[in-house]
Design a protein around this ligand. Sequence first.
Ligand SMILES: Nc1ncnc2c1ncn2[C@@H]1O[C@H](COP(=O)(O)OP(=O)(O)OP(=O)(O)O)[C@@H](O)[C@H]1O
Ligand SMILES: [Mg+2]
Length: 323
Amino acid sequence: MTSTTGAPMTVRSALDSLRAARVLVVGDVMLDRYWFGEVERISPEAPVPVVKVARTEERLGGAANVARNAAALGAQVALLSVVGDDEAARSMERLLAEEGIDASMQRDPAVTTTVKLRVIGRQQQLLRIDFETPPGREALESKLAEFERRLPQCDVVILSDYGKGGLTHIARMIDLARAAGRIVLVDPKGDDYDRYRGATCLTPNRSEFRQVAGRWSSEAELEAKAQALRERLSLDALLVTRSEEGMSLYRQGSALHAPTVAQEVFDVSGAGDTVISTLGVMLAAGHDFGAAMHWANVAAGIVVGKLGTAVASPAELLAALGG
Ligand SMILES: Nc1ncnc2c1ncn2[C@@H]1O[C@H](COP(=O)(O)OP(=O)(O)OP(=O)(O)O)[C@@H](O)[C@H]1O
Ligand SMILES: [Mg+2]
């Protein structure tokens, strides 16, 4: 890695440089809730266990977890999303404030904030209960206006699509951000990728990529499919995250692979959020795509070694990158 003066940069000074990174995260936010308890009997009402809740936990999920990961790296992070006017939204705002995230949540009283509630007894998940409703038109319109207002104050835009309807205007957002000269990263969902046209980089995982590009049986075939999609959508780069196979970055005339660096794997959920946030923060701080991918891969290797959706801290990155 080199600094702007052309001199070699240490890991420590690269980490320091992340404080200047300004990232705008937009997308579907959710609250992950966990209720832990004891199961001592079966309900007299129905043949189901009765869980006596002893402890609860709440974590930021979806785009809010992307924002949390970026903030953990020391970056200046703003988050735009639509939530309901309910207690889950207030919990989420409190958690975001604790992480130092500048959150702008459009409250749509007609919707329920997305919550995934897990009930855990006897060390196992007994039930997951989902609350969610797609945001209404008015809230989405005012979010788009807020997006335009906030664009000048960021270097990189991260669009975290969890398919919940919060990114209805994504094509417009990409156009606005690119016209303003911003780097745009998208974590995609579904099979309609035309709406991501013109973004700087998409970060599908293996199965998401397979869903749009079909199966491959060799590295060469994967590369051909990746380059074809990248060109069709006019992307600068396509990053395919490949779970235990690490990740691959496809750019004009080049393919770069990073094998996984995970020591032990405990929980892979949220690794994709860590990848896109680390990539975004690195690019926002002025590092190149190769360095950004390397760090994203190392950060993902750290979080898969932790339980629950986790973040990689600067100290952990420093240790892992050998600074
Ligand atoms: N089983 C694993 N072993 C080692 N590394 C892993 C494993 N799973 C994920 N990783 C690391 O995390 C990165 C992202 O993981 P993955 O490709 O599964 O993304 P994802 O499916 O979007 O994750 P998410 O659960 O957040 O949706 C990988 O590129 C790799 O660096
Ligand atoms: Mg993912």
